[in-house]
Design a protein around this ligand. Sequence first.
Ligand SMILES: Nc1ncnc2c1ncn2[C@@H]1O[C@H](COP(=O)(O)OP(=O)(O)OP(=O)(O)O)[C@@H](O)[C@H]1O
Ligand SMILES: [Mg+2]
Length: 391
Amino acid sequence: MQIETIELRNYRLFRDAVLTDLPRLTIVVGANGSGKSTLFDVFAFLKDALTQNVASAVARRGGFNELVSRGQKGPIGITIKFRESSGRLATYQLDIANDRGKVVVHREVLKFRRGRRGQPWHFVDFSRGKGTAITNEAMYGQKGVTAEREERVLADPSVLAIKGLGQFTEFRVVAEFRDLLENWHISDFHISDARSSAEAGYAEHLSMGGENVAQVAQYLYENHPDQFEKVLQAMRRRVPGIDRVEAKPTEDGRLVLRFQDGSFKDPFIARYVSDGTIKMFAYLVLLYDPKPHPLLAVEEPENQLYPELLQELLEEFRGYALRGGQVFASTHSPDFLNGAKLEEIYWLVKKEGFTTVERASDSELLRNLVAEGDLPGALWKQGLFKGVGLR
Ligand SMILES: Nc1ncnc2c1ncn2[C@@H]1O[C@H](COP(=O)(O)OP(=O)(O)OP(=O)(O)O)[C@@H](O)[C@H]1O
Ligand SMILES: [Mg+2]
């Protein structure tokens, strides 16, 4: 499954913005305050809206008046177009309004486009708790079959129909979309957390801040030795001097990561290896997860890493994107960008308080320069990404 388009209306500084033709790996650049973190927050918002309801997703972000673009009344809108695994293009649209202090779903639509000509099938079409839902999903796409719908009323106009209607749990397209939203992952490492020895315990997936890296390493080592070997191979390739990494239980029941440097007999424990070593190891543990997240967002992966390593890290992200999960990464690093293809680079430009999105591959100048051998990061540094500020 792949998200192809994201449209935002009145969502903070995205008053009216669209990202189109999204590839499996998307790199987002832009000055401080241009909306990179806000863009990733859209995924978190949808997850909150799905697992709870839109009222609490809005409340967690300071309330409707804080979230809606300054000077606008709303509704706040998010439209996601995605290609589901069978190749069909689906659109999910969510508009949220404020009814005198009560936050409600103003409109929620999930539809399929049928070929180039046919009318789209609206699986769900709801407004303020009332609407229609399809009853013959399995027949979709068959010749001569038309959609059959029934009227439904939700108990709460702030709950999403794709959650509130029990019948949808069995619909594949809804299940896939919900899986994407519920299991997306944001990674924002804090080196100090990843360093500390973890309580011995069990963890299959790396946490957002990376503090359970030793547990996940142990899990991989014991249950997926082939994946663990890939992490080690990548580590040896990328970080000079690292031959072996192990997660070792201590006598008092904690778990310590030990990094073996080929030049010395005794390994270094995580607390004493370099920031970059820990960070690279944590990324590799995240990226060689046997069950990739359907969607992974990574904030500024460049910090602490040696510039030459960044292009290789980008290669690892691309590999993950091709193996399973779609990846979005934000960056301020020209070195990281140097590893990117123009089609992967989206840049955010803030004008008069609101942000628009540009695609690097839409610029003829950039296309020509890259064709002549220039690297995107170098062009960005020279200021050729019009309107993008540099740190
Ligand atoms: N309701 C709103 N309407 C308009 N703009 C808003 C609204 N809420 C927040 N903003 C703007 O969005 C900015 C936050 O943007 P964000 O944190 O996404 O930027 P960023 O690109 O991640 O920056 P950095 O590189 O510093 O991490 C705020 O500084 C503020 O200017
Ligand atoms: Mg940010």
